[in-house]
Design a protein around this ligand. Structure first.
Ligand code: FAD
Length: 443
């Protein structure tokens, strides 16, 4: 049982994705007949593929089952911000859950996650069009600019990173000209990438390492076989495995496995991209920075100038996924884009697409054993920041299975709590959006 309208799980949201024009992930044949392996992985995004690659390198016989093809989910359609993040809870809230040391351990893991992706790209020679010296947050109000000054010390204390602030008067001379913004805070850690090139390279590396990947193999049945192994069914095949990893994130189903029911909340996010801008057009707006940027709103916008001079602009989408709600999100994106970049308000928007991210009730990511199931693990809920954290969570699960590799921070193995409204939890979204919108207007 899935939470959104069928459209969210079909081809429409990515029919006009820009990334699909830049790279294609390899296609793999469906699972056929009866097969067996050491570890079965459901979902071929960053989480599933990185887990598979680590396990195959450790000598395991691994099978990845993907409903469509690798990168079909959020991993092939995101904004490509490979940055710190994964939790929606701040340092104080995390400390309340796992203590100050536990919080620091988790936040250090966010750094490790960025490093992990950088190493993956280098080690496997994946050219993913990287750029940007970390991430830049732009203050949407004078109050937000004042808060940034307080954040400098906190970023140094918890991440050990020296962030930098640009006051409003220095924005234009640094290529961030827009009357929308009141200051900029740069955390020089992380980089931007082409998400489809990354996931395509990852699939090739996983395949080459010996894992068997099957596309068009939606898992429709999950049981325990009489010999205690997991038994997975797809349309044309059956797979027995000693270990099971669930890596379906925003595309999960409440019954796969039943423990997941009510414990993750998919949230739509949408992106538009313009045609390439000319040097004159860049100069007209005064926006020439190659930094990956977002604004300081709770309902944030994320944007960056791609290497080919298209501007990518993303935002939280409507809480439904119908033709009408998609059209409303596109209209909103155009309005916000024109407000941020008035000189480009008439520039042709050539691509628009959307997908599902996932939140947890704990507001923190999960990577650990599935309670109540033997030898089953899951990793999900990166709060819109899964390029780095999803990739690393896959590797953390592999380490939990083999007993070798990096330790998972205690925060991430805390079982996911259930959302109050269970299967009707999506109804929370308009309330959250309304509240956040109000907070954002207050500055
Ligand atoms: C529009 C958008 C923008 C984003 N921008 C950023 C960003 O800039 N930076 C960032 O860090 N994060 C971003 N994210 C989030 C990030 O993309 C995700 O957190 C990350 O890709 C999750 O990876 P995953 O492998 O866990 O899940 P996914 O990539 O979503 O993969 C899950 C896979 O599971 C498969 N699946 C589901 N059910 C089954 C089944 N029963 N059988 C077989 N297969 C199944 C699906 O087909 C899917 O391919 C964004 C997401 C979206 C949608």
């Amino acid at each position: 049982m899935r939470l959104f309208e069928d459209r969210a799980y079909g081809p429409e949201p990515i029919a006009n994705s820009y990334w699909a024009t830049t790279a294609t992930a390899p296609s793999y044949p469906p699972l056929a007949g009866g097969q067996s392996c050491d570890t079965a992985i459901i979902g071929a995004g960053y989480t599933g593929l990185n887990a598979a690659l680590e396990l195959a390198r450790a000598g395991q016989d691994v099978v990845v089952l993907e409903a469509e093809q690798p990168g079909w989910g959020a991993s092939g359609r995101n904004g490509g911000f490979c940055c710190l993040g994964g939790s929606a809870a701040g340092f104080t809230a995390i400390s309340r859950q796992v203590g100050r040391d536990g919080a620091l351990t988790y936040l250090h893991t966010e750094r490790n996650a960025v490093d992990f992706v950088r190493t993956r790209l280098t080690e496997y020679g994946i050219d993913a069009d990287t750029h940007s010296r970390g991430e830049t947050c732009l203050a949407h109000s004078p109050k937000a600019a004042a808060r940034m000054r307080d954040e400098l010390g906190e970023i140094r204390d918890i991440y050990g990173i020296d962030a930098e602030i640009l006051p409003r008067e220095a924005l234009a001379s640094n290529g961030f000209a827009s009357s929308e913004f009141h200051a900029a805070l740069t955390i020089p850690y992380g980089f931007a990438l082409n998400p489809m090139k990354y996931v395509a390279g990852l699939a090739r590396a996983t395949d080459a390492a010996g894992a068997r990947i099957h596309g068009k193999s939606a898992v429709t049945g999950m049981q325990t076989a009489p010999d205690g192994r997991h038994l997975l069914q797809s349309a044309q095949g059956e797979l027995r495995a000693a270990n099971l990893i669930i890596a379906t994130n925003g595309y999960s189903s409440d019954s796969m496995p039943p423990w997941l029911g009510g414990r993750y909340l998919p949230v739509p996010s949408a992106i538009i991209a313009s045609r390439p801008l000319t040097e004159d057009e860049l100069a007209a707006q005064g926006w020439t920075s190659r930094q990956m940027c977002y604004d300081s709103r709770n309902l944030l916008h994320y944007f960056r100038l791609l290497p080919e001079n298209r501007i990518l602009f993303g935002l939280r989408a409507a809480w439904r996924c119908t033709e009408a709600s998609d059209a409303a999100t596109l209209a909103q994106a155009r309005v916000d884009f024109a407000r941020f970049f008035p000189a480009w308000s008439e520039v042709e928007i050539t691509h628009h697409w959307s997908g599902l991210v996932s939140l947890s009730r704990n507001l923190t990511p999960f990577a650990g054993p599935v309670p109540g199931m033997d030898r089953a693990w899951a990793a999900l809920c990166y709060h819109g920041n899964g390029v780095a954290m999803g990739s690393y969570a896959g590797a953390l699960l592999a380490a939990q299975i083999t007993g070798q590799g990096p330790a998972t921070p205690a925060l991430m193995t805390r079982p996911l709590r259930r959302f109050e409204l269970g299967r009707w939890r999506r109804a929370i979204l308009p309330l959250i959006y309304g509240w956040y919108g109000l907070m954002d207007r207050r500055g």
